[in-house]
Design a protein around this ligand. Structure first.
Ligand code: NAD
Ligand code: UFG
Length: 338
């Protein structure tokens, strides 16, 4: 069975492509807007079968048409391709709406036109919940207005998929709402490789420890949490990648899935200071930090109620926080050396 992985040279897509290559013929498409072609080398080194790569922009409908013409036997799509920088989306909302929505619409219009039978997995985010008062957050939580254009694109794309699946019985879809992926493949061949200065906590920590960056700034220590810093649900990216193969099996076993939502997180929350302390403990590296002001748009705490994924996807996270932090550091060290 042939599976299309859009944005497959990115952080989560590359780890998922490795998992898929155990059982499926895998085709990656990416326009490299936020990834590096060197990732393909890493993927092919550790993949279980040869992975096909097509460089194209999903916002170009002709490119999407040519893709499906070349690979008419695609039966599954995992749609990672998107822009994902929350603060950039506030400064440049049009690029985010343009890229994240047009790319999905182009895929769906081709699937529709070709009357393809497709199992589709969408990369959604816990950003769709906004600031939830209930913790852990369950899928039944009423969606609040998104806190950023990025978060809004995820809400809009979920709605587009629900509406499309209702009128197309050959289109089976789930949306996975990721919490905070961190870490890297155990080989150290692929990992998180932001093109610009990292916006996320763990890549900033590893780059700061590797002396590529200066001091880490903790964005606020006056939140209503035990140590004053924000709480998130940090999940090893390989566990997250495995959730996609479980979701694919779920779609293959069930017909008429009109966009089922699943939280993908560990169910545990850790504060920024706890992450720093654990990183120092497992790596022996000191993280130099200062306390700065709150980052606009940050929520105080978010962690997943993951019971639905455990029960219906037959998935469970296996790695600990310490495993994830150590793998992130091993990747950083390996990458900087090469
Ligand atoms: P990433 O930026 O590393 O990967 C996305 C990939 O998509 C990149 O390689 C980029 O070049 C490609 N891409 C973007 N627009 C494209 C287009 N128009 N055509 C072709 N390729 C395009 O991001 P990631 O962390 O791997 O995230 C993957 C998905 O998961 C995204 O949809 C993101 O919004 C979502 N998500 C990520 C997180 C996170 O913390 N990393 C959390 C929740 C949801
Ligand atoms: N943080 C710092 N300093 C930094 C970076 C982050 O203190 O240099 C703090 C943040 O304030 C936050 C925590 O570390 O309290 C985690 O921040 P991240 O940026 O790593 O993650 P977010 O929870 O803000 O957002 C991430 C992705 C979004 C996604 C969201 C939910 O960046 O794309 O998870 O899935 F929508």
């Amino acid at each position: 069975m042939k599976i299309l992985v859009t944005g497959g040279l990115g952080y989560i897509g590359s780890h998922t492509a490795i998992e898929l290559s155990k059982d499926y013929e895998t085709v990656i498409v990416d326009n490299l807007i936020n990834s590096n072609i060197s990732t393909l080398k890493g993927i092919n080194k550790i993949g279980f079968s040869k992975i096909i790569f097509e460089k194209l922009d999903l916002c170009n409908l002709n490119d999407v048409k040519s893709l499906f013409k070349k690979h008419p036997n695609i039966e599954g799509v995992i749609h990672f391709a998107a822009l994902k920088n929350v603060s950039e989306s506030v400064k440049d909302p049009l690029s985010y709406y343009q890229n994240n929505i047009i790319s999905l619409l182009n895929l769906l219009s081709e699937i529709n036109e070709r009357k393809m039978k497709i199992n589709f997995i969408f990369s959604s985010s816990c950003a769709v919940y906004g600031q939830s008062e209930n913790l852990p957050i369950s899928e039944n939580e009423i969606k609040k207005p998104a806190l950023s254009p990025y978060g809004n694109t995820k809400q809009i794309c979920e709605d587009i998929l629900t509406d499309f699946s209702k009128i197309n019985s050959k289109f089976n879809v789930v949306s996975l709402r990721y919490f905070n992926p961190i870490g890297a493949h155990e080989s150290g061949e692929i990992g998180e490789l932001p093109k610009e200065e990292p916006q996320n906590l763990v890549p900033y920590i590893t780059q700061s420890a590797a002396k590529i960056r200066g001091k880490l700034t903790i964005f606020g220590n006056n939140y209503n949490t035990p140590d004053g810093t924000c709480i998130r649900d940090y999940i090893h990216v390989v566990d997250l990648a495995k959730a996609h193969t479980c979701a694919l099996n779920y779609l293959l076993d069930n017909k008429g899935v009109n966009n089922e939502f699943f939280n993908i997180g560990t169910g545990k929350g850790n504060s920024v200071l706890e992450i720093i302390n654990s990183f120092e403990k497992v790596t022996g590296k000191k993280v130099v930090y200062k306390i700065g002001p709150r980052r606009p748009g940050d929520i105080t705490a978010a962690y997943a109620d993951n019971e639905k994924a455990l029960k219906y996807l037959h998935w469970k996270p296996n790695y600990s926080l310490e495993d994830a932090l150590l793998s992130a550091w091993n990747w950083e060290k390996n990458y900087r050396k090469t």
